[in-house]
Design a protein around this ligand. Structure first.
Ligand SMILES: Cc1cc2nc3c(=O)[nH]c(=O)nc-3n(C[C@H](O)[C@H](O)[C@H](O)COP(=O)(O)OP(=O)(O)OC[C@H]3O[C@@H](n4cnc5c(N)ncnc54)[C@H](O)[C@@H]3O)c2cc1C
Length: 280
């Protein structure tokens, strides 16, 4: 196995030409996975590649460089729209894991329980991909195609995650069997814009309750124009056709189903903190 540490994207992309070459970012998913099979022939470490780190903003929105770590994201100057992604960042393992693990690594690993995925789905994130032959952008829900499966092609590197400009506040709730260092039983992320105390636009995503985290477009439509006080009943009655919670060592399916209803309400309360203060 050879480890390469290129300093430019061009050099990294050239190294990715080797058959079976894999990208290495923080290594917090990749290194543990090496126990399960033969090591890749070539590993291309992105951590020294110029231009892949940090969060920048412009009129169209925000760019999160692919090698940005969770800790770097937490230090970035971001508006309340990102409060859900920031809350998710704080839930990724421990501080040591957040110092090494990257946002793009979380998406490329495509675990159904990846904390970053619902939060970025609720931000309408897109993934920028580059190979030696060109660049393309995919909405996050098209990039993650199933459990541990993505639309990445051989030779491609994720270079950035883009979040379009929007108003509102984000929130994220993760339920696990203990408080820290835990794999989710269920998680919910939302971004909410309000007008005169009512939901003008809600974007809601659920993780760990389907093969890949899912947005809930029908629930988002039902909630449009509603008050926060309407949310618990709507969440209780909504059939959640987008989800297929399973029973496993962490929780039975029925528990996940019930938990999601409560988490949706609590996440919207967090995202509508000002309205919640008036309801209380
Ligand atoms: C103890 C521990 C606790 C954890 N807890 C959590 C948790 O609570 N929540 C959670 O969501 N995750 C958790 N994780 C998983 C992991 O830390 C995160 O998913 C992290 O964001 C992965 O990023 P990374 O940079 O380390 O990825 P790596 O391990 O470097 O890479 C992961 C995968 O993505 C690919 N990849 C990485 N970057 C790119 C790129 N730019 N382009 C193309 N492919 C790329 C790699 O080839 C590899 O297949 C935990 C891990 C450990 C070891």
């Amino acid at each position: 196995m050879s480890l390469h540490r290129p300093e430019s994207l061009d050099a990294a992309l050239a190294l990715m030409r080797a058959p079976g070459a894999v990208v290495l970012a923080g290594g917090t998913d990749l290194y543990p996975a090496l126990r399960d099979g033969p090591p890749p022939g070539e590993m291309v470490d992105l951590t020294r590649v110029a231009g892949l780190r940090g969060v920048t903003s412009g009129p169209e929105g925000w760019r999160i460089g692919a090698a940005t770590t969770w800790s770097e994201l937490l230090r970035a100057d971001l508006p309340p729209l990102f409060d859900g992604l920031r809350a998710a960042a704080r839930e990724v393992g421990s501080v040591q894991i957040q110092n090494a693990g990257t946002v793009a690594g979380n998406l490329c690993n495509a675990s159904p329980a990846a904390d970053g995925v619902p939060a970025l789905l609720a931000l309408d994130a897109e993934v920028a991909l580059q190979s030696e032959t060109g660049t393309r952008r995919l909405p996050l829900d098209a990039f993650i195609t199933g459990p541990r499966a993505t639309a990445l092609r051989p030779g491609e590197i994720v270079t950035a995650v883009h979040v379009p400009a929007a108003e509102g506040r984000g929130a994220f709730r993760k339920l696990g069997a203990r408080r820290y260092l835990v794999i989710s039983i269920a998680m919910v992320a939302a971004t909410v814009e309000t007008e005169a105390g009512r939901i003008a636009r809600a974007r809601i995503a659920v993780g760990a309750c389907s093969p890949a985290a899912r947005r809930l477009p029908d629930l988002e439509s039902v909630l449009s124009g509603k008050r926060l006080s309407d949310v618990p009943e709507i969440a209780q009655d909504y059939p959640f056709p987008e989800l297929a919670p399973i029973g496993d060592v962490r929780a039975p399916a029925a528990y996940r189903d019930e938990a999601v209803r409560i988490l949706v309400t609590r996440t919207l309360v967090d995202a509508m903190a000002e309205e919640a203060a008036h309801v209380a």
